[in-house]
Design a protein around this ligand. Sequence first.
Ligand code: CTP
Ligand code: K
Ligand code: MG
Length: 181
Amino acid sequence: METVDTVVWALWAMLPAYIPNNAAVLAGGGRPIDGGRTWGGRRVLGDGKTWRGTLIGTAAGTLLALGLTQIAPSVSAALGTDLPTFPVRAGLGLAFGAMLGDIGASFLKRRTGRERGAAFPGLDQLDFVVGALLCALVAAPSWFTETFTLPVLVVVVVATPVLHIVTNGIAYLLGLKNEPW
Ligand code: CTP
Ligand code: K
Ligand code: MG
């Protein structure tokens, strides 16, 4: 595959994992998942991880995967390149995994004394990628190995932090997010 085709394939394949955290920012609020509980004197997860945000984020990513699957043939033809489709389990794995990775990162942030909203460079940009890929691997193993070949994984790991910084910077400037990370 040409490099540009690999990049397009990788970004398309990751779209159901990119949307959930942004949807959670827009839709979040309400009861925190940890119910206010603490561990070692600090919140288990914190007020930034809510049931509503997680549910709506997961639903948004899963629905996007279904939509992308519908339009993949025509977009592929228009761009003159191949694009992956998403079995339901793959979309759900990517979307829920993205939320789970972000939740896991908050758990680690609280354990290392970081308050809600504190930055954790590296983890902030890749937590949801690791979560999404691992969950997709478990939920749809054969789809995963066909879709995420080594070159695709390399593109994902390099391009995602850049996209993450740009989208969160925009969300911050628009007043949607309290911090630009
Ligand atoms: N959000 C949510 N549920 C989630 C993830 C995010 O409701 N599972 C919403 C919350 O309103 C959160 C906002 O999206 O404040 C921004 O998400 P994020 O930056 O991940 O959370 P923080 O508030 O910065 O908290 P943390 O330090 O734990 O990451
Ligand atoms: K986060
Ligand atoms: Mg934050």
